[in-house]
Design a protein around this ligand. Sequence first.
Ligand SMILES: [Zn+2]
Length: 339
Amino acid sequence: MNSRDRVLAALRLEPVDRTPVCNPTSVATVELMDLADAPFPDANRIPELMARLAETSYTELGFDTIMPVFSIIQESSALGCRIQWEQKDNWPTVKMREPIWETPDDIRIPADFLTHPDTRCVIDAIKLLRKRYGNEVAIIGKTMGPWSLGYHCFGVEPFLLLSLDDPGKTKLCLDRMKEATVQFGLAQIEAGADALTLPDHATGDLVSAEYYERYLVDVHKEFAERLPIPLILHICGRTVDRMPFIAQTGMAAFHYDSKNQPAESMEAVNGRVALVGNINNPETLFSKGAAEVRAEVYKNLNARVNLVGPECAIPLQTAIENLKEIPKAVRDWHRERAA
Ligand SMILES: [Zn+2]
């Protein structure tokens, strides 16, 4: 199996020759920016630089995937949010103190949503990568879910308050914003993406499992129907309480956080959705060494987690030696088991 076959088989819950190493979110680091001569912020705005930085996950780190969407703001920029682009050592962010919408009636997807430079950049980077790598490595795109877009366009607090006060209006907002998720997703599929990460930050500490069921299960089911390639749902934090709901959505995989143990998570999803991720970022990958990285990889493999990788976008100052340890540890675990 080549990298692409391996990733796509694991996302379909089919047998693989070895567990794929997958980054559904960014593994860009300052070190990799120097190697590829593709620094932030330009690597978030210029397709060739975006592609060049993204491909290092395959060429330098030895992962089975390339994921060029390092930030979570590309489509929010195209929707009209003001962006703080930052410098090489920081991710761009939405200026959330300047929300663009207040009510469901304010929601408009601009006519140039898919031709705006910041959505265009992602679409063109995927095209470049597909052309460069053919079918040898899985290319993963990213389209943000409506709960995350709600934070960006309404502000986190106003959007959470709305969800407490007015379920009807909240659902109307999600319904209107979800069209942006679908449009951007379809454009990336057409450009050549093999799978899409779909972050929708109904995060453990901000939103309950009951909220996930009330507001998002049906929307996520709809994405799985309307976006015809494997989807990888990403939600940070402790989420084991909502994994049984996530397992009903038709998403191919759930990108899960180290606040959840591999074994309990596998039990919660019960073979209905693949799991990917779990290697801790702030402590293990960022501040510990190869031995600790290896221990976490083994814990996932021992629990038969389907794909292994960092839990979320990694800190930009992470040492690449720690990232390279992930595929090394996966190979060693399989070798030891075969012996
Ligand atoms: Zn995350």
